[in-house]
Write a protein that binds this ligand. Structure first.
Ligand code: ADP
Ligand code: MG
Ligand code: MG
Length: 889
């Protein structure tokens, strides 16, 4: 028969699935011999059964009876007994810590009789009645769902009558009065009496914990944090210890190291004569934990000893909750503590140096996401901050630091940005109409919506700083202003600063500084000169590089980006787009090419473009000397290089008979080339086949650039990549043409530059016929942006703003498939193509380009499939290197 209840002595820290994080760690501490008040845990499996069937599983009640009886025997007390009551707390505790679920109910077991027993046993009547009123308050709020303010208001009333503002001045009789009032509130609001039966109190609290799994706030939180919906929560029944028994008692929280920096020391807060949540609730002033040394030396020493035990045992930084009852220390919770990105790197290396973990483990302990956070520009801290006012804190939706003038409409954002001003777009929430404003703004601030709101999703996609859901702000778009707590009003044009990494919002300009980690990657800062953080990053990166099976290349299409990518550790270029090389002044030449009416005209236009292309490539080969450079032949539809159709039509129409003949011909061409679905139109290899000479010109430019690098002693390694191939026949035709040009250049220059010729796999048909395509391709590069579009059948530019936030809300995706590769669909095609490609051509080089190459989850996928490299934008290279190493450990 299934076992639904575990005594604290029966569990351990690895049973989090069953006992939840809190229960598993309470058991672990119990078994380490640490002072944990005895108790037991009802499993998450019991919760799952309860949620599925609407009733507890058979046998649960009996098991709880048995464990409660054992607990009573061990404690020598009976739950809620009138003379000397055993009291317990009922505590929720899921596998992942989850705000939004039911909190804890303390002092379960008190009623009108047992409160007197507690008073007699403790010799403290005031304490007993305070404990009782707390029970009714917590029970009323969390189990019966009564608005907590009603209880708070009653407390305020009584304080006022007593002429005080401080809980400490209230007497036993005041608490007794509160108990009466609280019972009245329960009667009024819940339509029932507060249950006097201790066991009924406990059972109702357990059921409330189960139910809280499906509370709206909990559901929302799970969606945001991508926690599975069906885990359920465990419930812990823990015998009470009391921090509110006078000055020699108290309660506190602590970290075994500073969670912000990783520094070892004593970090935490302590509150004398207090119970439970008083510490975090900010009701009374806590003292720094270091003060405990003065207040209670023995408990302090014992606490430090326990902290060291825990760190050595968990081999990681822990956070803990404890209570001191009349000079005796009790441990109430521990877990591996949350930390900032910087602390994660520092702590990993500190533990490595202490010999607690090895270097593989240290590398596993940090993530690419954390590294990315360390690379964003940040607000200067400390004295440099200057004259700013903190306004509020919202959700940290998309990292970075942004400063600019507040604007309240997309139009104003575009207008001011057009004049070269930095603006922050402030909205209640954003919708697709705000897109232009979001693009124009340095950052986005909203007062509504969570991490999956439109603003958050779109901003992250753009890499734009965003703080969302700053609910304390009252945004009045019509009036062009917002109001912050304390009545501070900020109007259009006033400078604000938003921190997308912390959610903080300031009035005024907070100075922004480059991250030292980026300066280090850039080579402007040595590992040793960059302080502990940079040194830690350096050590872990070195190990990740040593472990990685995947190489990391860059998406770069000019010499500057190539050089930067190389400094960031790129092993070559995986995607050099060539379309950027047709913009600016060169547009006129492209227009000539498109308008050419005969071979001679086309030839002339191409001849004019070729030397320009050659220079582009020479610079890139130089920056990437000795490393492979994959050059993609021109991909986008040609009309992208022509003037805007509306503008041109208006110009021609206005000029009437006097219109420039060149304009007329252009307009004809624009009309001729206009496509309903450009993404699926005349582009990629189709262009190469439809416009004779275009690809040849590019191949010639590549070959000649390589030859001239060779002549000056360089080591160029070109790889020529054909985009949007769907059939091997397309590739064969282009390849033949390209080979002929390569031979021609070799014969003309006398320099043989080997160049691989390969293709992108970015259409489902290409993936499904990869075996055939591999016969003609020396490498594959998965173009997962297009492959995602063509597999899902949606165009990225159109759909992201239109409905992705809705899809995320509905849970159709946990994350945008453009951000993290969709393993089941797109990933399946990648696997098929990789397997069949290798079968047809053993040793074929396989890579991925597209933004997935810099996404941690996607990098792990590429490692699993056994690709040779990922390619991503220069800034993401360190992230991809780290994840490539972690994937291999
Ligand atoms: P959370 O998950 O919100 O941290 P906990 O279950 O840890 O909730 O309870 C919150 C606080 O209540 C604890 O930090 C502790 O101070 C107090 N508490 C819980 N159980 C007990 C107990 N058995 N005795 C004394 N205090 C308790
Ligand atoms: Mg806790
Ligand atoms: Mg593509």
């Amino acid at each position: 028969m299934a076992k639904f209840v575990y005594d604290f002595t029966e569990g351990n820290k690895d049973l989090k699935d069953l006992l939840g994080g809190k229960g598993a760690n309470l058991a672990e501490m119990t078994n380490l011999g640490l002072p944990v008040p005895p108790g037991f845990t009802i499993t998450a499996e019991a919760c799952r059964h309860y949620l599925a069937h609407g009733s507890p599983p058979e046998g649960l009640a009996d098991e709880v009876d048995r464990h409660l009886a054992a607990l009573e025997r061990a404690m020598g007390k009976r739950l809620g007994h009138p003379d000397d009551p055993l009291l317990v707390s009922v505590r929720s505790g899921a596998k992942f810590s989850m705000p939004g679920m039911m909190e804890t109910v303390l002092n379960v077991g008190l009623n009108d009789e047992s409160v007197r027993g507690l008073a007699a046993q403790s010799g403290d009547e005031r304490f007993a009645w305070d404990s009782y009123r707390r029970l009714i308050q917590m029970f009323g709020k969390t189990v019966l769902g009564i608005d907590g303010d009603l209880f708070e208001d009653a407390v305020e009333d009584v304080k006022e009558a007593r002429g005080t503002k401080d809980d400490a001045d209230l007497l036993a009789e005041d608490y007794r009065e509160l108990v009466g009032r609280f019972k009245g509130i329960v009667r009024d609001r819940a339509g029932r009496e507060f249950p006097a039966d201790p066991r009924e109190q406990m059972d109702l609290a357990v059921a409330a914990v189960f139910d809280s799994w499906n509370a709206p706030r909990a559901i929302l939180y799970r969606r945001q944090e991508r926690i599975p919906v069906d885990l359920g929560t465990a419930v812990n029944i823990c015998s009470m210890v009391f921090g509110n028994l006078g000055a020699d008692s108290g309660t506190g929280v602590a970290f075994t190291r500073d969670p912000a920096t990783g520094q070892q020391g004593v970090y935490g807060d302590y509150l004398q004569n207090a119970q439970g949540e008083d510490v975090v609730a900010g009701i009374r002033n806590t003292v720094p934990l270091t003060e405990l040394e003065r207040i209670d030396r023995d408990s302090y020493d014992r606490l430090l000893e326990i902290m060291e035990t825990l760190e050595n045992h968990y081999r990681d930084m822990c956070d803990i909750e404890f209570t001191i009852e009349r000079g005796k220390l009790w441990m109430l919770q521990t877990r591996v503590g949350k930390r900032t990105a910087g602390a994660a790197f520092r702590i990993a290396c500190q533990l490595l140096d202490q010999g607690l973990i090895d270097v593989d483990e240290a590398t596993r302990r940090v993530t690419g996401g954390q590294l990315a956070q360390l690379m964003f520009p940040r607000f200067a801290t400390g004295e440099e901050v200057g004259d700013v006012t903190r306004l509020t804190k919202g959700m940290n939706a998309s990292p970075g630091a942004a400063v600019g003038k507040a604007v309240f409409t997309s139009e104003r954002a575009v207008e001011l940005a057009g004049r070269g001003e930095d603006v922050i777009l402030v909205r209640r929430e954003t919708n697709p109409d705000d897109l232009a404003g979001m693009v124009a703004a340095k950052g986005v601030l909203t007062s509504r919506g969570g991490k999956t709101s439109h603003a958050a999703v779109v901003a992250r996609g753009m890499g734009k700083t965003c703080v969302c859901g700053a609910e304390e702000l009252d945004v009045d778009v019509k009036a062009g202003r917002f109001t912050a707590p304390g009545g501070v009003t900020v109007g259009e044009g006033e400078v604000i600063s938003i921190d997308g990494s912390s959610g903080e919002v300031y009035l005024g300009e907070v100075p922004v500084e480059d991250s030292p980690v980026v300066r280090y990657f850039e080579g402007g800062l040595t590992a040793a000169g960059g302080g502990e953080l940079v040194e830690a990053v350096d050590r872990i990166m070195a190990h990740a590089d040593a472990r990685a099976a995947l190489k990391v290349r860059a998406n770069a299409d000019n010499p500057e980006d190539s050089a930067r990518a190389r400094r960031f550790g790129a092993a070559g270029i995986g995607l050099c787009r060539t379309e950027h090389m047709f913009l600016g002044d060169r547009r006129r030449l492209v227009e000539k090419l498109i308008l050419a009416e005969d071979d001679a005209g086309r030839r002339a236009a191409l001849d004019a473009l070729e030397p320009l292309q050659r220079q582009d490539f020479e610079g890139i080969f130089e920056a990437m000397d000795g490393l492979p450079v994959t050059i993609r032949l021109i991909d986008p539809p040609l009309h992208e290089f022509l003037p805007d159709i509306t503008e041109l039509s208006v110009r021609v129409a206005l000029a009437g008979d006097g219109a420039d003949p060149q304009d007329r011909r252009l307009l004809d061409a624009v009309n001729r080339l206009h496509e309903q679905n450009p993404m699926l139109g005349l582009r990629g290899v189709r262009l190469g086949l439809a416009i004779p000479g275009l690809f040849s010109m590019q191949v010639r430019a590549i070959a000649e650039a390589a030859a001239s690098r060779r002549r000056v002693g360089g080591d160029p390694r070109p790889e020529i990549m054909i985009p949007l191939v769907g059939a091997v026949q397309e590739l064969e035709a282009v390849r033949e043409e390209a080979r002929a040009i390569l031979d021609e250049v070799r014969d003309a220059t006398g320099v043989d530059v080997p160049a691989l010729i390969g293709t992108m796999i970015e259409l489902p048909r290409a993936a499904l016929t990869a075996g055939q395509i591999a016969e003609a391709a020396e490498f594959f590069s998965f173009g997962t942006n297009d492959l995602t579009q063509t597999t899902w059948g949606f165009s990225r530019d159109d759909v992201e703003a239109a409905f992705f936030s809705r899809y995320l809300e509905l849970g159709i995706f946990g994350v945008s498939p453009f951000e993290t590769l969709d393993r089941d669909g797109v990933g399946r095609l990648v696997r098929i193509a990789a397997e069949e490609g290798r079968r047809a051509r053993p040793g074929i080089k396989l890579g991925i380009c597209g933004e997935h190459g810099g996404d941690p989850d996607s990098v792990h996928f590429c490692h699993e499939v056994g690709l040779d490299y990922v390619s991503c934008s220069p800034f993401r290279i360190p992230v991809a290197r780290l994840e490539a190493g972690r994937a291999a450990i």
